[in-house]
Design a protein around this ligand. Structure first.
Ligand SMILES: *Cc1c(COP(=O)(O)O)cnc(C)c1O
Length: 394
């Protein structure tokens, strides 16, 4: 008999009933140190008082009105995102997947309105993850996600991950008079914490400029302070034309956004796109509270300090457990440990030690802690990772 929840997830037998900071309390009372943060979502940890207050204050005033009307909280959040990024304009969604949908639509509409309606193709890269809608799986293209779900959305060209500084030949060769945009994650998340070198992101920006095509960045996982800058592309000193945001932006409340320049968004006139819930008062009130913290330079410099501390400790862990871990990679508090044993064995051994990590492709475990994780919790994380490593090594 089919379970009452459609069985699309491989769930761990863990049930959390309460959270505080970087800690989760299991139904049986055990306390777990959470280095996953709901897959990079709980950027301020669990039960953050400021976010709880923003949510409950708004809940007592007004939950939902629809985008038929003005929504001050949405305006406030859009203004803050515009003030703090490359973007001139923002559309709010409920998820990263919906942000992908709009990004694809926006890029195609841009060229349509420019009188080049055949310019619809979007270049994407192997190992990417852009969500589970038909556009999202078609964009990423991996068989694991697409098999059985055809016909897929046409108009995506899949290239190998341009993992080295100079490896843009394949991308340059793939650009044609049908190419509308390049879509890429500055750091692949699901793909196994694979960072694009800054030089490479610069190179892709140059290619887009040279061919006058749009650069779409998927910062759903690597954005919102995760790498120690508000958005990961800032490290490369470049700006996208369109950017997908979600996960951390709501701190645990379902919220996403597409940020764009005026030029890239020029086709999106009244009536061309919409969402019932996207940008509703509850989500945007929480989003503003998240921005209060994450867009603050002092907060970001703390993220960088903690990231350096964690990374240094992880280098030590690798040195003492070379038969378990071979590499630490990533940026800021978006880190991956490449495993020797199957990564799921390591994740499961973590559970035995009341530690939460998240598996990714390429046999990696991801460490995506709350951005306000304390130094004490980083120390405790290493103690538990040590125990976990010893357990799987034997
Ligand atoms: C999670 C994720 C998505 C999809 O976001 P959802 O909110 O699950 O729809 C898209 N892109 C990246 C890079 C992600 O990590």
């Amino acid at each position: 008999m089919i379970p009452s929840i459609l069985p699309t997830y491989n769930r761990a037998p863990l049930t959390f009933v309460k959270g505080s900071g970087s800690w989760l309390t299991h139904a049986d009372g055990r306390r777990f140190l959470d280095l996953g943060a709901g897959i990079a979502v709980n950027v301020l940890g669990h039960a953050h008082p400021g976010l709880t207050k923003a949510l409950t204050d708004q809940a007592q005033a007004l939950w939902h009105v629809s985008n038929l009307y003005q929504i001050p909280q949405q305006q406030d959040l859009a203004d803050r995102l515009v003030a703090n990024t490359f973007a001139d304009t923002v559309f709010f969604t409920n998820s990263g997947t919906e942000a992908c949908e709009l990004s694809v639509k926006m890029a195609r509409k841009y060229w349509h309105d420019k009188g080049q309606p055949k310019r619809t193709d979007i270049i994407t890269y192997d190992g990417s993850f852009h969500g589970r809608s038909s556009a999202g799986i078609s964009a990423a293209g991996s068989e694991k996600m697409t098999q059985g779900f055809g016909p897929l959305l046409p108009g995506f060209t899949h290239l190998p991950w341009p993992g080295s500084d100079t490896d843009h030949d394949a991308t340059a060769a793939a650009i044609t008079d049908k190419t509308a945009a390049i879509l890429i994650e500055p750091i692949q998340g699901e793909g196994g914490i694979r960072p694009l070198p800054d030089q490479c992101l610069k190179g892709l920006r140059d290619l887009c400029d040279e061919h006058n095509i749009l650069l779409i960045l998927d910062e759903v996982q690597c954005g919102m302070g995760r790498t120690g800058r508000l958005f990961a592309h800032e490290w490369a000193g470049i700006e996208p034309d369109i950017m997908m945001v979600a996960k951390g932006i709501g701190g645990g409340f379902p919220l996403g956004a597409v940020l764009a320049t005026e030029r890239a968004a020029s086709g999106m006139t009244p009536g061309t796109h919409g969402s019932t819930y996207g940008g509703n008062p509850l989500g945007c009130a929480v989003g503003c509270a998240v921005m209060d913290h994450v867009a603050n330079p002092d907060f970001l410099s703390e993220v960088n300090r903690k990231a350096a501390l964690l990374r240094q400790k992880l280098e030590g862990l690798i040195a003492t457990h070379p038969t378990v871990f071979t590499e630490v990679r990533g940026s800021g508090l978006m880190l991956g440990l490449k495993c020797v044993p199957p990564n799921l064995d390591v994740v499961n051994a973590g559970y035995d030690n009341n530690l939460i990590t998240i598996p990714a492709a390429d046999n990696v475990i991801r460490l995506l802690p709350a951005l306000n994780i304390t130094d004490e919790d980083i120390t405790e994380a290493l103690i538990r990772l040590e125990r976990t490593a010893s357990q799987v090594a034997t």
